[in-house]
Ligand binder design. Structure first.
Ligand SMILES: Cc1ncc(C[n+]2csc(CCOP(=O)(O)OP(=O)(O)O)c2C)c(N)n1
Ligand SMILES: [Mg+2]
Length: 334
């Protein structure tokens, strides 16, 4: 794992980013964090029902990888999916309204947090069955290979999902058929209340690709620049027709597994330490300030703007009507 960029090196060296890029990543990560904080509040008010898994802490992973993607690339992920949707450009209003089960939501209020899709942004969900999105990701990559274009699919899954059999069946076929898929393991150290160390003997999860001939690497998933650089390498490998690539993002979730998690399996100090020492948004904020790329006032203005976007999304999600009863009979197979 490469060491973090410093203010002196960030905007200039091999990470290939400009001041505007840094500001863009700051803005995108902050949007995810504020959106998730608001979703947590609406859940607490009883406006969001069912399961709700927040992405707070892991923002640099999707923002860094989206920075390495191009139009046409696809993404598919688990139930912890709000950040992925925002990062690929889906409308915060449509996402929030889906969380509150309203007509203005991406699935017209019938899917909720774990079941949202956008054909326009090539976002294929949102999957509640742990690991199920991994073979789907390979299938998406197969379709692009079949059509002969150079699109790549990002298939995101967790450290817990990485112990599933279907992941390894997928690895085998993806490598056998040289499918353009980047397997992104979001190693946030926990699968519900079980730490990686408690469930897994060999904890370098990307290394399991070796058995299938798939290259990979571990990345500091709290450093958006490191994520972007690794993403560019992985994507180049896939686009050149070399088959899949594995990126193991070392990250951390600050909140519970879902809104109903009492979090008794880790200490407050553990969470606090990571927030203080490794927070991805603070990292970019420091790069911007100490590199002389932005002032405190510039960043305050961005924060204000993002808060307004999120408030608008929350208002929309409260005002949008519930789906009509007749919707019970639409979008069904039989
Ligand atoms: C097949 C299956 N088994 C169990 C569950 C219950 N479950 C939901 S999330 C989860 C933990 C997954 O952890 P990880 O893959 O690390 O993802 P994270 O929640 O950390 O993002 C489990 C066991 C499920 N939804 N599907
Ligand atoms: Mg996990």
């Amino acid at each position: 794992m490469a060491t973090r960029k410093t203010p002196e090196t960030a905007a200039v060296d091999g990470a290939n980013v400009s001041k505007d890029d840094l500001l863009k990543y700051y803005r995108e990560m902050l949007l995810i964090r504020r959106f998730e904080e608001k979703a947590g509040q609406l859940y607490g008010m009883g406006l969001i029902g069912g399961f709700c898994h927040l992405y707070i802490g892991q923002e640099a992973v999707v923002v860094g990888l989206e920075a390495a993607a191009k139009e046409g690339d696809k993404r598919v992920t688990s139930y912890r999916d709000h950040g992925h949707m925002l990062a690929c450009g889906m409308d915060p209003k449509g996402v929030m309204a889906e969380l509150t089960g309203r007509e203005g939501g991406y699935s017209r209020g019938k899917g909720g947090s774990m079941h949202m899709f956008s054909k326009e942004k090539h976002f294929y969900g949102g999957h509640g069955i742990v690991g199920a999105q991994v073979p789907i990701g390979a299938g998406l990559a197969f379709s692009d290979k079949y059509k002969g274009n150079d699109n790549v699919t990002f298939a995101y899954f967790g450290d817990g999902a990485a112990n599933q059999g279907q992941v390894y069946e997928t690895y085998n076929m993806a490598e056998l058929w040289s499918l353009p898929v980047v397997f992104v393991i979001e190693n946030n150290q926990y699968a519900m209340g079980t730490s990686v160390k408690r469930s897994t003997k060999s904890t370098t999860l990307f290394g399991r690709g070796v058995a299938f001939g798939i290259p990979g690497e571990q990345v500091d998933g709290m450093d958006v620049l490191a994520v972007k650089a690794a993403g560019e390498k992985a994507v180049a490998h896939c686009r050149a027709g070399n088959g899949p690539y594995i990126l193991e993002m070392m990250t951390y979730r600050y909140r519970g597994h879902s809104m109903s998690d009492p979090a008794k399996y880790r200490t407050r100090e553990e969470v606090q330490k990571i927030r203080e020492e490794r927070d991805a948004i603070e990292h970019v904020r420091e790069l911007l300030i100490s590199g002389g790329h932005a002032t405190e006032d510039d960043l305050k203005a961005i924060d204000k703007e993002i808060k307004a976007t999120v408030s608008d999304a929350a208002e929309f999600s409260k005002e949008s009507p519930e789906p009509a009863l007749s919707e019970l009979w639409t979008d069904i197979y039989a």
